[in-house]
Write a protein that binds this ligand. Structure first.
Ligand code: 5AD
Ligand code: SF4
Length: 445
């Protein structure tokens, strides 16, 4: 090892937006001359990029912060930075909770990292950067963690104020990035050999509403679709209130935009949707799905569902179960409602007891698993193009990749495909969470 070489360790919690932010933190650290390590004990800078959407996410981070204390005791020069949504929410309370933290950096202050590290190297104090009255986007170097898949933020923040959600408080109001800036970044990643991009925002369907141009999500998709080199364009996350036929037409007509749509419903009862301040009804949602399925016949549809929102009766919950049957999702991400201080729902009456939440979550997953399995079994004996991601975590002899619909397929590695290749894979077995298959070679096609 070269002497004086310095290392950083970075851990990301939460959503894809945080993954993207972490790449911008890493980019700055690389510019400062640091190199990435997976070994906590080797690190000179440890950065935890955090999430606060549910209490469980916060608990995980607090546990990790506690684990770092002994490293700091052993090495007082170690710099520990806590960044992201939980940093924005907790601000200097984090220093009180864990004085061994050096830097707390909020969601709009990613660009302050280098200066704060330099200041901390001069003087051992606590440093906080949490001003939200600064631009949400900064031109920052990114160190991308993946070779073929790139995150592209197109907007930051959220204006919706769903009553359970802390995001608008910690990420601020919606700010769209100009089309030109998005297009330039996509061109750069295409030139660098990236095959798949994901356009990121808390609510991509309201893209452009704050811009003086007439651009919207549909026109952005059409602009990005023209860029040579990119094979697949994903987008996250859609909102049923702002998704519309125009956007669905663009998704259907753009060749590179994938056939996967993640459209969170949250629950299947109109009164509860209203209490959540979601801004749509179940029928409006179903109308969008019907149109999307008409325009994109092989659509893969996934959703988010919260159980145990305050006031959710057994009948309301049954409406959600019924809706799963009606909508036939490929997959649902399911959550127990977690009260977030400062949000309206946290102080609503009729909070649901923990046992009821747990049992509803289990019942919900039991129902959805039946449909997930059915959808995956329907893929058996069909061939899908897959971009190879590499060996699975647990078994190096098995490799995996994803279809355009974002379904994960695992196969026994026969050495014929390299990471990043696009290969045809035949599905042999559809399981609830994953598909098993084999690469199809030209000779036996
Ligand atoms: N409790 C439980 N789940 C939540 N989500 C957002 N806020 C909460 C909360 N307070 C879920 C929603 C959202 C997903 C990202 O997280 O389903 O779509
Ligand atoms: Fe939260 Fe609602 Fe915004 Fe999604 S749309 S981030 S659930 S407030």
């Amino acid at each position: 090892m070269i002497q004086n070489e310095k290392f950083y360790f970075i851990q990301t919690y939460g959503c894809q937006m945080n993954q993207s932010d972490s790449e911008h933190y890493a980019g700055q650290l690389e510019e400062l001359g640091y190199r990435q390590t997976d070994e906590l004990t080797m690190a000179d800078v440890i950065l935890l990029n955090t999430c606060c959407v549910r209490e469980t996410a916060e608990d995980k981070t607090l546990g990790k912060i506690g684990e770092l204390k002994h490293l700091k005791d052993e090495n007082p020069d170690l710099i520990i930075a806590v960044t992201g949504c939980m940093a924005q929410e907790w601000q200097d309370r984090l220093f009180k909770r864990a004085p061994h933290i050096d830097l707390v950096i909020g969601t709009h202050n990613i660009h302050t990292l280098i200066d704060l590290i330099k200041e901390r190297q001069q003087k051992k104090e606590h440093y906080l950067a949490s001003d939200m009255h600064v631009p949400a986007f900064h031109e920052l170097p990114a160190k991308r963690f993946q070779k073929f898949f790139a995150w592209i933020p197109i907007m930051n923040g959220c204006n919706n104020f769903c009553t359970y959600c802390i995001v608008p408080y910690v990420r601020g109001r919606e700010v769209s990035r100009p089309v030109q800036s998005v297009v330039e970044e996509v061109r750069r990643v295409a030139d660098a050999g990236y095959k798949e991009i994901t356009l990121l925002g808390q609510n991509v369907n309201s893209y452009g509403k704050d811009l003086s141009s007439h651009d919207d999500f549909a026109s952005l998709l059409r602009a990005v679709d023209e860029i040579d080199g990119i094979e697949r364009i994903r987008y996250m996350t859609s909102h049923p209130k702002d998704m519309n036929y125009d956007a669905i037409d663009a998704i259907a007509e753009c060749h590179k935009v994938v056939n996967h749509m993640h459209l969170p419903i949250q629950c299947g009862n109109d009164a509860l949707l209203k209490k959540m301040n979601r801004g749509y009804t179940v029928e409006h949602y179903m109308d969008l799905v019907d149109y999307a399925r008409k325009r994109i016949p092989d659509l893969v549809l996934t959703t988010d569902i919260i159980v145990g929102f305050p006031g959710e009766t057994e009948d309301m919950f049954m409406d959600t179960l019924q809706f799963l049957k009606r909508c036939q999702y490929d997959m649902a991400y399911t959550f127990m409602y977690s009260p977030r201080t400062g949000t309206p729902a946290a102080t609503m009456e009729d909070q649901i007891p923990q046992e009821v939440k747990s049992s509803r979550l289990q019942r919900l997953m039991d129902v959805q698993n039946v449909y997930s399995l059915k959808k995956n079994q329907a893929m058996e004996r069909h061939i899908y193009d897959v971009i190879v991601e590499g060996p699975t975590k647990n078994d190096k002899n098995h490799w995996f990749g994803r279809t355009t619909g974002n379904k994960m397929i695992i196969w026994e590695n026969d050495g014929s495909a390299a990471i990043g290749d696009t290969v045809p894979v035949m599905v042999d077995k559809g399981q609830t969470w994953v598909l098993k298959g084999h690469i199809v070679h030209k000779s036996n096609m």
